[in-house]
Design a protein around this ligand. Structure first.
Ligand code: GLA
Length: 392
């Protein structure tokens, strides 16, 4: 939907006022490589998408905050002083959680607001619609209140909102990418320290194709927490040999060769191996990208998926089928699941001449083999959260 459509919906919902309406946008994200590494303190390489969540926002003269979404029917009106008193289990918990975290940092809202959100990211597809919703709320309210906070701090507070208010135990990667993304760049983020740098991601005649399996991510929360616990257990064990180790991803491949096999629990050993090797693959990928070696990068994408499937066990049949079909297309350099797993999306790097064939053939075969209809988005890398100045 265009900005002028959002404006029309906003005005028909909230009416005219002397206060201006301002518009903000936060992207979704795709993780290129470095999966299930953020909460293990290692390197990830996500990128912001060109689509995300748009927020139209306007000050009110009273103390009421009105939340609307063009995607979901639930709506709410709260007094500023009542915010955060009760979770609803609805989408407004994300923006409310952000306001609660802003308050903790001393950013209190001087007035009420009208907020209307319009999301372009399919919910539950693993493209970070929730991080996008959180970060756009934080950034917009800080701008409206004329308060400064760095993009890193915005990411951290948005993650806290999700962990503490919404109650989902996610890592920092999604909010970080949504806050800090830049066109034609991926973000190399060291999650243990939050050191980061932009890495040019210019793929020439190759396109990123995101494939949505449309498989509901049923077990994702419980399995996600299970993986986190397994990693904590593996870390605890390895710390008996290397007491100074802070994170599992701090373990070098050499250290893992030396101590990993002492981990007698095969499952824990597999989880740790994935973390160590995936972390190393991120740095190798950055090196390959800096040499413009997309073929090698594609190979690392493939290795990443295979490790998530076999060692970390967070893939599922639908993701595996889509990846398998993607790799049959001659112009595909690499294909992997992206995000938490158990459904959601794949990301593939495909030659532009083969993209139409890719969508046709992978889509047909995927439907035949799974009974589900996949969806495909050919996308470039967009900017992190920003204000929209003109209708576009
Ligand atoms: C989800 C979480 C992220 C990250 C990924 C897996 O997207 O929100 O923090 O852990 O899964 O890489």
């Amino acid at each position: 939907m265009s900005q002028s459509h959002l404006q029309q919906s906003f005005l028909s919902e909230f009416g005219e006022s002397s206060e201006p309406i301002r518009y903000f946008q936060a992207p979704g994200r795709v993780n290129l490589i470095g999966e299930h590494i953020d909460y293990n303190g290692g390197y990830v390489l996500p990128a912001a998408l060109e689509f995300g969540t748009t927020l139209a926002i306007r000050k009110r003269e009273d103390n009421r905050i009105k939340f609307r979404s063009l995607n979901l029917p639930y709506e709410a009106e709260l007094e500023v002083q009542d915010l955060g008193k009760a979770k609803t289990g609805e989408w407004i918990d994300y923006p409310v959680g952000v306001i609660v975290e802003l308050c903790k940092l001393g950013v209190t809202l001087a007035s009420g607001y009208e907020l209307m959100f319009e999301g372009q990211i399919p919910n539950g597809a693993g493209l970070s619609s929730s991080a996008s919703l959180e970060v756009v709320t934080a950034y917009a309210l800080l701008s409206m209140e004329e308060q400064e906070l760095s993009r890193v701090d915005i990411a951290v507070l948005s993650q806290k909102a999700e962990n503490q208010y919404v109650g989902v135990n996610s890592g920092i990667m999604d909010q970080f990418a949504v806050a800090n993304g830049a066109t034609d760049h991926a973000i190399l983020l060291m999650c243990g320290t939050l050191e980061h740098r932009l890495v040019p991601f210019v793929t020439g005649s190759y396109k990123l194709v995101i494939g949505n399996t449309n498989k509901r991510r049923g077990l994702v929360d419980s399995k996600y927490n299970e993986r986190r616990t397994e990693c904590d257990q593996a870390l605890e064990f390895i710390k008996t040999k290397l007491p100074d180790l802070n994170y599992l991803a701090d373990l070098s491949p050499e250290e893992f060769s030396a101590y990993g096999s002492d981990l007698k629990n095969q499952i824990l050993q597999n989880r740790a191996r994935h973390v160590v090797e995936e972390n190393a693959r991120v740095l190798l990928s950055v090196e390959a990208l800096s040499r413009n070696d997309l073929h090698l990068f594609g190979q690392y994408m493939n290795e990443s998926h295979d490790s998530l499937r076999d060692l970390y066990e967070v893939s599922c049949r639908e993701l595996d089928v889509m990846v398998d079909e993607a790799r049959r297309i001659p112009g595909t350099l690499g294909s992997r699941m992206t995000g938490a797993g158990f459904g959601g999306c794949t990301v593939s790097l495909v030659h532009e001449d083969d993209v139409a064939r890719f969508i046709e053939q992978v889509g047909t075969a995927y439907e035949q083999r799974t009974g589900l209809r996949g969806e495909f988005y050919v996308c470039g890398v967009g900017n992190g959260v920003h204000e929209l100045k003109e209708d576009n």
